[in-house]
Design a protein around this ligand. Structure first.
Ligand code: SF4
Length: 590
């Protein structure tokens, strides 16, 4: 099919061999590429009930029909596997530059099977795969690994000196369940522990290069469309806001509505929020907008600390989610200190959302005398030390490295732990944004904010945050549209510019498939049902879609709460909108 390379690369790292299969057009028509193609491969190739950290768990990388084209927001890749953090479906996406190099290598999906005895790094290019010894890289932090691998690739291939490189840090090597896969230093496929799966295969890094180009159904249509979107983007208020303030703009907004998770989910307003806002970042640091390839929004902040003990520290960030998890949950009232902990997590290769949640949960355990360790809110140095201990599995960090469910059980704090399916939520309290409650509960990968980004319609006034009746159907429609985005693999922040019509145009221009909204919803439903079937196969029941009880029992300062009955209604309506049974089972599930 046009828009694809029609090639799937299968790599076995145990035997260090590989072969190339062709894609099946019938599969592409039903599921498109990206998440759709990867999910079918995962269902087909993963043995049911497999241990996520065993060689039998497959690690699948995918790009979509837009990858390598001129479409804005197209420079992203996806990673799919069974999550060591949740035991369920795992997907994660990252921007930067790597997806473009993956496209040049010319595979729609790459399935990595087995596990190497000794550390390796892989070179994946248009003519095949090279396996390299990675003993000298093992133990290195992420930035240094990326630099070294990029340098090695340019030495080995003088005709193709440039490459895209993804790496894991010490956390991934140590199979810490919240490990990420990182690229371009600060961009992460950041949730559900894909880094630990890569580490379990003893793959330290993967470099991509090549010169393949795919054939599009209508090159001219694609470039005209891209030009038109660039024109529209110039006046789009959302695009302008991302460029001028990035995601930290949400700190002010979420505190204003009282849903900024603070002090391990006890409060919805942080009294020092102004010190960790977009404005504080702008004032206290040198900040430049920074973009992934093929992006005019440039939501990234390339920030350099101007003064104090971290003067000179430079990162792309911090993102809103990091500010909430480290600043709000752990009550750290300094944007520079948040950057310091952000940088630490990036070097170690750990997800900042889960890290902030685990650390603040430990602070609660310490304050309640459930553990001997002394650590408190705002105590930056103890927090940094605990983050390192998690990455290296030392002391209390060993338990935390196994995730929130393990720690809560060990400390007798299961009623206090905040997570869905073992994944901690992002920075939107569902007692205030009730649709986010449903988003966290229904998402295939646990308490995820990105599958529907339902905070957007709830914060912008499109949908009343307190509404319950009729909300699930609206959420399912958002989920359908953003699922299509994940099949193409587009950046979430283009969601306002890419409505149904624009998505249909992109698909027609790249693949030649002509689909209206109903046709697109049918494809999205195929994929949503497939990930649900995967999860059911791994033991999921409707019970796993419920929210932590604290959201039903503990009101925020404003008195806001989401009741159990409200969540029941939301889930029941959602199952109905999806055509699932009352137990949340899609049709034709065996
Ligand atoms: S909006 Fe941000 S995340 Fe999305 S492509 Fe642009 S820079 Fe990357």
């Amino acid at each position: 099919m046009k828009g694809f390379f029609n090639r799937i690369l299968r790599i076995n790292v145990t035997d260090q061999n590989y072969h190339v299969d062709s894609t099946d057009d019938a599969v592409l028509e039903k599921y498109l590429g990206g998440k759709g193609l990867a999910t079918t491969l995962l269902l087909e190739n993963n043995p049911p009930g497999v241990d996520p950290l065993s060689p039998e768990n497959n690690l699948i990388l995918a790009i979509g029909p837009v990858s390598g084209t001129a479409i804005w927001g197209s420079c992203r890749y996806g990673i799919y596997t069974k999550s060591p953090q949740t035991g369920f479906y795992s997907e994660s996406y990252s921007g930067g530059t790597v997806a473009d190099y993956m496209a040049r290598a010319g595979y729609d999906a790459i399935i990595i099977q087995g596990a190497s005895k000794a550390p390796v790094w892989l070179e994946i290019f248009d003519e095949g795969v090279r396996f390299h010894n990675a003993e000298s890289l093992w133990g290195m932090e992420t930035y240094q690994t990326e630099d070294q691998v990029r340098e090695l690739v340019s030495q080995k291939n003088p005709h193709h000196p440039k490459s895209g490189v993804m790496v894991i840090g010490p956390a991934g090597e140590n199979k810490v369940t919240l490990s990420v896969v990182e690229n371009d230093y600060w961009r992460s496929a950041g949730r559900t522990g894909a880094g630990a799966v890569m580490g379990s295969k003893r793959i330290k890094a993967i470099a991509f290069w090549g010169s393949r180009k795919k054939e599009l159904a209508d090159e001219k249509q694609v470039s005209t469309f891209a030009r038109e979107i660039a024109k529209r983007g110039k006046d789009d208020p959302g695009a302008k806001a991302y460029k001028s303030k990035g995601t930290p703009q949400l700190v002010k907004l979420m505190n204003r509505v009282g849903g900024f998770p603070t002090r391990y989910w006890q409060k919805g307003v942080y009294e020092h929020w102004e010190k960790i806002s977009a404005e504080a970042l702008q004032e206290r640091c040198k900040v430049e907008p920074h973009a992934c390839l093929k992006c005019f929004m440039a939501c990234g902040r390339l920030s350099t600390v101007k003064e104090g003990r971290h003067a000179g520290l430079r990162i792309e960030g911090p993102e809103y989610e990091t500010i909430y998890a480290i600043g709000g949950l752990c009550e750290i009232d300094s944007i520079e200190e948040i950057m310091y902990l952000n940088d630490l997590c990036d070097r170690l290769g750990m997800d900042t959302i889960s890290a902030g949640n685990l650390v603040s949960f430990t602070i609660e355990a310490s304050r309640q005398g459930r553990i001997d360790m002394k650590i408190d809110y705002g105590d930056v140095d103890s927090i940094a030390a605990l983050m390192e201990d998690i990455a290296y599995r030392r002391g209390t960090g060993e338990l935390l490295s196994r995730g929130i469910k393990a720690a809560a059980k060990e400390w007798g704090m299961e009623e206090q732990a905040i997570h869905v399916k073992g994944l901690e939520p992002a920075g939107y309290d569902p007692r205030v944004l009730k649709g986010m409650g449903l988003a966290y509960g229904s998402s295939d990968r646990g308490a995820c904010h990105l599958r529907t980004t339902f905070y957007k319609p709830e914060l912008s006034g499109l949908v009343d945050p307190d509404q319950i009746e009729g909300k699930a159907a609206v959420l399912a429609e958002w989920e359908d549209r953003l699922t299509i985005s994940d099949l193409l693999i587009l950046c979430r922040f283009y969601r306002d510019l890419y409505q149904w019509e624009e998505l249909a145009t992109i698909i027609e221009g790249t693949t030649g498939l002509r689909l209206d909204k109903d046709g697109l919803c049918a494809i999205a439903a195929n994929v949503v049902n497939a990930t649900r079937r995967f999860n059911i196969r791994e033991g999921l029941s409707a019970e796993d879609d419920r929210l932590p009880r604290r959201f039903h029992k503990e009101p925020l300062e404003s008195g806001k709460i989401i009741t159990e009955a409200e969540m029941e209604t939301l889930l029941k309506d959602y199952y109905q909108s999806r055509g699932w049974s009352e137990a949340g089972i899609p049709p034709n599930t065996e």
